[in-house]
Ligand binder design. Structure first.
Ligand code: SF4
Ligand code: FES
Length: 235
């Protein structure tokens, strides 16, 4: 354990835990858009800014991916912190003015939001889908493509690999903006424009999972495919 100081209070913290993990334990409200407790930190949205004293000087840091150090001093509610979060929210709002997840966080941080028409479902590049696919599902059908040397793209984007995707839909569940659409049509599921054939439960007949997903589970668990074709309600 190490000792840290959050807003003037000394607290014990686990070594290599993040600032955000510790503030959450203390029920300190810090806005986040790209953070999920079950996923590795990504540090993309910068809404979780706090101030950290480094070499005697206060500096802004993203709390979700900054590990604590012994005797670290942290401010979560200073004027600079509030200003930084509001500015970040403003920039996000100007970029994605009709996307509700962005509007909500912007309003919460004091940004005046207008009455934009329609509801947007922009990709805000939070990376939650990419990390869920890789770290929870273990598939890596989504990758984050950033601008960079030798990369012929104007804007960062999420790339989908149809040959790897098993159609589980985890990315659609975790996406905070509704950008990832998942549709069910008869015995088909459509996601990232790829059509998956759904398996019917051999007891109740309900279409409950893509065949590709069951094949994947069968492969990694050695359970025969035929034993996986009963839905959870009928087991
Ligand atoms: S598709 Fe959704 S979850 Fe994935 S990066 Fe974009 S906003 Fe985030
Ligand atoms: S929650 Fe920390 S950068 Fe997004």
């Amino acid at each position: 354990m190490v000792t840290i100081v959050i807003d003037g209070h000394k607290v014990k913290a686990k070594e290599s835990s993040t600032i955000l993990e510790n503030t959450q334990e203390l029920n300190i409200d810090i806005p986040t858009l790209c953070h999920h407790t079950d996923l590795s930190p990504f540090g993309a949205c910068r809404l979780c800014a706090v101030e950290v004293k480094t070499n005697g000087k206060w500096q802004l840091a993203t709390s979700c991916n900054t590990p604590v150090e012994h005797e670290m001093e942290i401010r979560t509610d200073s004027d600079l912190v509030k200003e930084s979060r509001k500015l970040t929210a403003e920039l996000l709002y100007y970029k994605y003015p009709t996307t509700e997840a962005v509007r909500e966080v912007a309003r919460k941080l004091g940004v005046q939001t207008g009455e934009e028409k329609g509801e947007g479902h922009d990709c805000i590049l939070c990376g939650l889908c990419v990390r869920t696919c890789r770290e929870i599902v273990g598939v890596s059908a989504l990758t984050f493509q950033d601008r960079g040397r030798g990369r012929d793209i104007d804007e960062p984007k999420i790339e989908f690999d149809p040959n790897t995707c098993i159609g589980c839909g985890s990315c659609a569940y975790v996406c905070p903006t509704g950008y990832v659409k998942m549709e069910a049509v008869d015995d088909k599921r459509i996601i990232w424009n790829k059509v998956f054939k759904m398996a019917a439960c051999k007891v109740c007949g309900r279409f409950f999972a893509p065949e590709d997903q069951l094949r994947y589970i069968s492969r990694i668990t050695d359970v025969p495919f035929s034993e996986l074709t009963t839905c959870t309600s009928c087991r």
